[in-house]
Design a protein around this ligand. Sequence first.
Ligand code: SAH
Length: 508
Amino acid sequence: MDKSKVYFVGAGPGDLELITLRGYALLQKADCVIYDGLVYPLLLECCRRKPELICVRKRTGAHSYRQDQINQLIVQKAQEYACVVRLKGGDPGMFGRAAEEIEACVRAGIDFEIVPGVTAATAAAEYCGFFLTDRAASSQVVFVTGREAPEKEDSSIDWGLLGRFDGTIVFYMAMGNLESIARTLIENGKDPYTPTAVIENATLPTQRQAEAELSAIAGRCAEAGLSAPAIVVIGPTARIRPETQWFAHKPLFGTHVLITRDEEGNHLFSHKLYEQGAQVSFLDTIQTVSLIEQPSVAEALSQMSAYDWVVFTSSKGVRHTFKKLRHMGSDARLFGDVKIACIGRQTHGALLMHGLQSDLVPEKYTGSCLARTLIERDNLSGKKMLLLRSAAAPDYLPAAFRQAGAEVTDVSVYTVVAKQAAPETIAEIRKALDKGRIDWIPFTSSSTVRSFFEQIDPQLVRLSRARIVSIGPMTTEALSQLGMKADLEAAEHTIDGILDALILQNHD
Ligand code: SAH
């Protein structure tokens, strides 16, 4: 084993993309990640090598490590693994007790590196649309811990200095002492009218903020129910203006979406939703099982030139087909003159990735529109057609082609099976529905509908405030078979179509 190293990495304040490139690269090569409760769980999905994951500080709950135990754990894991990442919220050095952890490494003769991160103070201000400094109004900034009660006799905080300080004062960990902090500052000469902003869960889709003059801020936060983790910014620049609140103005900000595809699909979808500011919960309802080892697949592919048309109805179908071609030592040239039809933009995009253009993409991304367009475009009588798709796909398409006189070979390159979520996940989702915390549940296929409602009681959804958005007519039909109504159906039958429908709805 190479000599081990511990990397003290700043995870940033919450938003996944606020980790540095170096931090991201280290997560990908980590053998073990020791992380804090403040680290956003999705960040851990960047870990490529499935490292041992250890959470050392939960915000609530019983499993909380003492600092000396964390120090010990870091040393122990560095003896076990080559690359240990100690992932800390924000910047590792900002009120993070990283110095003690590094000291433990020094004592044990363990090599280490430090990777800075975006600290909560600057991020919180900027995600509210203001800056900590201003050429005209604030030329100095001070970062203070709010943990120490100001009443403490031997406080290490110089309240006299802070009272006179005319720049920006940022408090971390101040929610428990906010009232006495504000009072003590005022007693020490700070203007009670000083603008003050408090930002909870900064940079996350759950970000909330409050502002008031210093003397009223504690009351305002109590009214709004703001709590930790939050940043308190006191100073002339701490003004939250509607015109510059870019983050809270994202189209889906404040909307909580429960996504229900397979793991990979959920991953892709969640990023698109985050981009629009939505909060996302996950339930992986199905999983894909490859069928490319079935003899029928190799047989059909090796006779490709005998077909007139090959039809793809999903990007997954394309990916599985090309995987098989690779295994067979073949590639896109196999398609030769065979015409290619695909159901929509995403499938078309997947084909392009393999260097193939589609000869036909219907105007609407549905099986019926695909069949209609193809039948209009070509006389299918006596034509040989190869469908490379899911075993779970409905019979509609081959039936329509056969009726038009084609000879159809329907080959399954993959199938989807229901996936049972962990009981804790189900319990959490039930609770969120029950408490009215979920706004939208999108469905992208009949199989996800069936698997979802096998795990979540339809009545719970009906009684909740959650509304359902369906990708297209087949999925809407699957919903209605279970007595559920799609409140919204995407005009374009893709993930982007769902996104557009949600954004449009939010605007109204
Ligand atoms: N090392 C971290 C700070 C750790 S101290 C950093 O550089 O940001 C923990 C405190 O950081 C919290 O009590 C809160 O005051 C602040 N904090 C961390 N993440 C935050 C977030 N997303 N929103 C608001 N405050 C946050």
